[in-house]
Design a protein around this ligand. Structure first.
Ligand SMILES: *[C@@H]1O[C@H](CO)[C@@H](O)[C@H](O)[C@H]1NC(C)=O
Ligand SMILES: *[C@@H]1O[C@H](CO)[C@@H](O)[C@H](O)[C@H]1NC(C)=O
Ligand SMILES: *[C@@H]1O[C@H](CO)[C@@H](O)[C@H](O)[C@H]1NC(C)=O
Ligand SMILES: *[C@@H]1O[C@H](CO)[C@@H](O)[C@H](O)[C@H]1NC(C)=O
Length: 515
């Protein structure tokens, strides 16, 4: 969970940036341009024989070795990644299986997404190191079936930022402090910190993140990448270290909307182990998948509501100017923008103590985490109480003096879904129906658009989808994104809008590693 705005942090800065950039720019490419490579470009090069999956994995491993000491985006590299790449190359050469989509594509997973292989799955915490998961997460099974190469595990805010209010939203005990590759002293946000940084800094082709409230949208926004937070239940949460089954969702992060969409297409669908949610959401999956919505004229005729509450940038700021230009571009591309819309009860929705989100998440987390931990094949910790005790015993490694574990302690105090939790959940449902849904219905909207990450709680408590796309860079070179959100199952429209916006603006630049 992304818990509000974190205080600005300053760090001592690595001095090796120039050297690293030199090193990377001289990496032998044999004609294929590895930097900013897209899935379509890679698949073309595979078909033409100018690239192998092995060469691609080798490139990302080199990037990780060079950049990770600076960026802390990756916790573990998969010792079997090259073997998987070789297998993909053999399959392609033999013509034994159709090799489209993600076949041979290296994917980096947030460290809370289980893999039953030599990689650990720890949500960034030492407490889960050495635990054995019973099986791959549902989304990982789908990735493997699609032929993807599992490159490794991405750093993240420890426990998806649900341990404490005082820890940075981009730090874990195992992975360290993630850095923003554009401005190293800037917050990279979280909790899918490493997933966004790694995509931004060309350390993987694409990555997976998870979101409970803001954890895909915020780091995507801060690191100039495209992130999709799918409707809750569209992607299976089985085998994902949880916060709340009511709000958790797994989604892709990539350098382009098209790359993210291709991953989304591969990971959606029913999963027996997350049956209720994935069955309910499977009605939203369009026949023919999601790639068909990658249309350059996707903005034409779309009714998009501007939520000005999320565009409160100072007069004369870069952001204010850039977003007005973007609105003009969207109008030129045929969108109908409905301005100055307001979501009812927004101040309640944005205050987790008032909306009910806080009460519900604390109780849901304890139950869901205990259930996840009890299903592990082996583990040093079997319950939230064990994790709390582990932290008390490992105060140095887990930086307990500084960050504490207040959220854990508050969650441990809960006793299931009682009257208070039920009423909190009912309030969130009511706020969502009276809020985003009513606004969209009354104005016949296809989507809403927002310019900072404040909207994430609106999307979170309703289980709604959102897509973040790079929108610009501030005066210091710090990236900012634009977010398109909508009602449950509106991914096809959001993809049309996000893709057409991206193609019309082409904002993204590779990172500059400024201090
Ligand atoms: C997983 O953690 C163990 C320590 O328990 C370590 O020895 C092993 O190298 C880790 N796996 C990977 C792939 O890094
Ligand atoms: C920005 O300018 C507009 C008019 O141009 C004005 O109404 C508004 O109050 C100004 N906002 C701030 C924060 O100064
Ligand atoms: C847990 O509950 C006890 C007893 O009601 C209370 O004293 C304590 O402050 C609570 N702790 C947290 C972190 O909420
Ligand atoms: C939200 O606001 C509307 C009025 O716009 C009101 O009717 C409704 O009861 C409010 N909902 C909640 C949950 O506060």
């Amino acid at each position: 969970m992304q818990m509000g705005v974190m205080p600005p942090l300053s760090f001592s800065i690595c001095r090796f940036t120039a050297l690293l950039l030199l090193l990377l720019s001289t990496f032998p490419c044999r004609g294929f341009e590895f930097q900013e490579a897209t899935i379509d470009g890679i698949q073309l090069a595979f078909r033409e024989g100018s690239l192998t999956s092995r060469r691609l994995v080798e490139f990302y491993l080199t990037q990780i070795r060079a950049l990770n000491p600076l960026l802390h985006a990756v916790i573990e590299v998969n010792p079997d990644a090259l073997r998987q790449a070789d297998l993909a190359d053999r399959e392609r050469r033999s013509g034994r299986r159709p090799c489209g989509g993600l076949h041979g594509i290296p994917v980096l997973l947030k460290d809370n997404i289980a893999t039953r292989d030599r990689l650990n799955t720890t949500a960034g915490s030492f407490a889960l190191l050495g635990s054995k998961v019973p099986r791959d997460a549902g989304v990982v099974r789908r990735l493997r079936r699609a032929g993807a190469v599992i490159l490794g595990k991405a750093n993240m805010a420890e426990w998806a930022n649900f341990r404490s209010l005082d820890a940075p939203s981009s730090w874990s005990a195992r992975g360290g402090q993630g850095r923003n590759p554009y401005v190293l002293s800037a917050d990279p946000c979280g909790s899918s910190t490493g997933s966004a940084i790694a995509a931004a800094a060309n350390m993987a082709t694409v990555t997976l993140g998870t979101e409970t409230d803001g954890s895909i949208i915020c780091p995507s926004d801060f690191n100039s990448v495209a992130g999709i937070k799918p409707t809750v239940g569209l992607t299976s949460r089985a085998g994902v270290v949880p916060i709340s089954p009511r709000q958790d969702t797994v989604g892709p992060i990539g350098r382009t909307v098209s790359d993210a969409v291709q991953v989304l297409e591969a990971i959606v669908g029913f999963d027996q182990r997350d049956a209720v949610a994935t069955k309910a959401a499977s009605k939203y999956i369009p026949r023919g998948g999601y790639k068909q919505f990658l249309q350059v004229d996707g903005l034409r005729g779309k009714r998009i509501g501007i939520l000005r509450a999320f565009f409160t940038f100072p007069n004369g700021s870069v952001q204010q100017k850039v977003f007005e230009e973007h609105f003009n571009t969207m109008r030129q591309k045929g969108a109908i923008l409905i301005d100055n819309l307001e979501i009812s009860n927004l101040s309640i929705i944005l205050d987790a103590a008032q909306s009910g989100e806080e009460v519900a998440l604390l109780a849901e987390f304890k139950m869901a985490l205990n259930s996840y931990l009890s299903e592990l094949s082996s583990s040093p910790v079997r319950s939230l109480a064990d994790v709390i005790a582990f932290n008390d015993k490992h105060r140095i490694e887990e930086r307990v003096e500084e960050f504490g574990q207040l959220v854990f302690l508050a969650a441990q105090n809960t006793t299931g879904i009682g009257p208070a939790e039920k009423s909190a959940i009912a309030r969130m449902t009511q706020l969502s129906i009276q809020g985003l849904e009513r606004l969209m219905m009354e104005n016949r909207l296809d989507a809403v658009v927002t310019g900072n990450i404040g909207v994430t709680s609106v999307l979170a408590i309703g289980g709604y989808p959102g897509i973040s796309v790079p929108a610009g860079y501030g005066t210091a070179g710090d990236p900012f994104g634009i977010c398109f959100g909508g009602v449950k199952g509106s991914e096809p429209k959001l993809i049309e809008i996000a893709y057409a916006f991206e193609q019309a603006t082409m904002v993204r630049k590779p990172p500059s590693f400024r201090k």
